[in-house]
Design a protein around this ligand. Structure first.
Ligand code: FAD
Length: 460
């Protein structure tokens, strides 16, 4: 296993990372990207403490629903880069199981890559979302043929790929880019049916980062995002050579969607697990601020919080159902239930903005106007600010101001905006979850129940 210090050293590998117009030479010490690097290093050290016989707890493949539940919790607490790495590995393991009959030639390179990545204890990010050009047109009918990642050359021992993958969480902080087709491909689109593992420092890979990391001098006003943020990478493959043993699909269009479907399952399970905790967090903040405002007993406030509680409970129930109804796949690994995973992720995402609206409605305008901690410390203003922000003996002004900062940071500021968009888009967008939910729902059973209720037979 890598230690945090070894992880930091591993980043000095010649990777081409850019941020706001400049190349980043030392990402670990960059003012906005560096703190994220340190969070990942701390995550390595935390996982080392959980090691069993020197092996990372991320490694073992869950073989029972309880083991899967424990793994989801572990990965959730180990941080974003452990999450995307675990999800990538489970995606490839799922793909290997699903391609056993159709394209068995890729099982060996996939398994060899998984074993090697686990042995090196590297972090893998998920590169699936292409630039996509005009969304109404397929890859082969774009004005620019590079709108989807494709093979542009075939050489002895491998292929050359060109294109871009967008919004890739933590791309510049990892070691490997799991690069897979974003959707189903049709005959004629063979060059776009390419899946491979590309090292972050491969010649031709360029990553432009963005981040919601607060730019404020005093991070105490950003209690959530101030110390825990990750960049998204705009990953460009500018004619990158990929050796044959790192290729997991090359031209078999019938299997292109297998990657997207497999990733979708694991990504949405991770999203659902995060949303279950987030929904409880919103409930907690709503109740605390209602109490601090002296309004916890008022009817309309209680009703809004009850609605938030129901939402949080339903999202968690879907997570529990997805885990309890998990099933063993071809290589003995447990897979979460698709129906509950997608319906839960959809519910969590679709109602998120309404839950935030309730929280803002309950909390009041100080969500965005509460003075800073530094103003509280200023002897000219601090005592007066505390006096006017205090609502009674149980809620002094500083306590209330800190609650407002937490609500703003989480729901109304740069990070809050990022969360609002990400909840909807990450894991493929609401539309994708609707499609998969519908596919796995027993519509025939529902129709039969409706016919029986109407006293009609299926022959009518
Ligand atoms: C913060 C963040 C992190 C992310 N992390 C990752 C990551 O790590 N790896 C990764 O690969 N991706 C990642 N994503 C990308 C995410 O999966 C996409 O944003 C999502 O799939 C939507 O794709 P898009 O952004 O290109 O939007 P678009 O595809 O342009 O979609 C916009 C809207 O148009 C609709 N639409 C698009 N095409 C069609 C069509 N042909 N017909 C009908 N409707 C259509 C969509 O349903 C949606 O409603 C991340 C996104 C965010 C915001």
């Amino acid at each position: 296993m890598l230690t945090g210090a070894q992880y930091l050293e591993s980043l000095a590998d010649g990777r081409a990372v850019y941020f706001e117009g400049k190349q980043v030479d030392d990402i670990a010490n960059h003012p906005y990207l560096g703190p994220a690097v340190q969070v990942v290093a701390d995550g390595y050290d935390w996982l080392a403490e959980q090691a069993v016989d020197g092996e990372s707890p991320l490694l073992a493949v869950p073989a029972t629903p309880d083991e899967l539940r424990a793994k989801v919790d572990l990965v959730h607490h180990a941080g974003m880069m452990a999450h995307v790495t675990y999800t990538s590995i489970m995606t490839l393991a799922t793909v290997a199981g699903r391609m056993k009959e159709t394209t068995p030639q890729y099982i060996e390179p996939i398994q060899a890559f998984i074993e090697d990545a686990q042995r090196r204890d590297v972090r893998i990010t998920q590169c699936i979302t292409d630039a996509k050009g005009d969304r109404s047109r397929p890859p082969g009918k774009q004005d620019d043929p590079d709108a989807y990642v494709r093979v542009v050359d075939r050489r002895d021992g491998g292929v050359v790929i060109r294109g871009a993958k967008l919004h890739i969480t933590g791309a510049s902080l990892g070691h490997e880019l799991m690069t897979i087709p974003t959707k189903a491909m049709k005959p004629g689109e063979e060059d776009y049916a390419i899946a491979a593992a590309v090292p972050v420092n491969a010649p031709g890979v360029k990553i432009v980062d963005t981040t919601y990391a607060p730019r404020h001098a005093d991070l105490r006003d950003f209690p959530v995002s101030g110390h825990n943020h990750y960049p998204e990478g705009f990953v460009m493959f500018d004619d990158v050579f990929v050796p044959r043993d790192r290729i997991f699909l090359d031209g078999e269009v019938s299997q292109a969607a297998t990657f997207a479907h497999s990733l979708g399952l694991w990504e949405r399970l991770g999203g659902l697990s995060g949303m279950a905790d987030d929904a409880d967090l919103l409930v907690g903040l709503a109740q605390l601020i209602a109490e601090a405002n002296g309004l916890a007993g008022v009817g309309h406030i209680k009703e809004k919080i009850s609605e938030m509680i129901i939402h949080a409970t339903v999202v968690r129930a879907c997570l529990e159902a997805a885990l309890s109804h998990s099933q063993a796949g071809p290589f003995g690994a447990m897979f979460p239930d698709e129906l509950y995973t997608n319906a839960g992720k959809y519910t969590g995402a679709a109602a998120y903005n309404l839950m935030v609206r309730h929280l803002h409605d309950i909390a009041g305008g100080a969500v965005v106007t509460a003075p800073s901690i530094a103003d509280l410390e200023n002897p000219d203003t601090g005592p007066l600010l505390k006096k006017y922000m205090t609502t009674g003996s149980s809620a002094d002004g500083e306590y209330r101001i800190r609650l407002f900062h937490t609500i703003r940071d989480l729901t109304a500021d740069s990070y809050g905006g990022w969360r609002a968009v990400t909840n909807i888009q990450a894991g493929g967008g609401l539309y994708a979850q609707r499609i998969v939910t519908r596919k796995h729902y027993d519509l025939d059973r529902a129709k039969a129940m409706a016919l029986a209720a109407a006293g009609l037979s299926p022959q009518h």
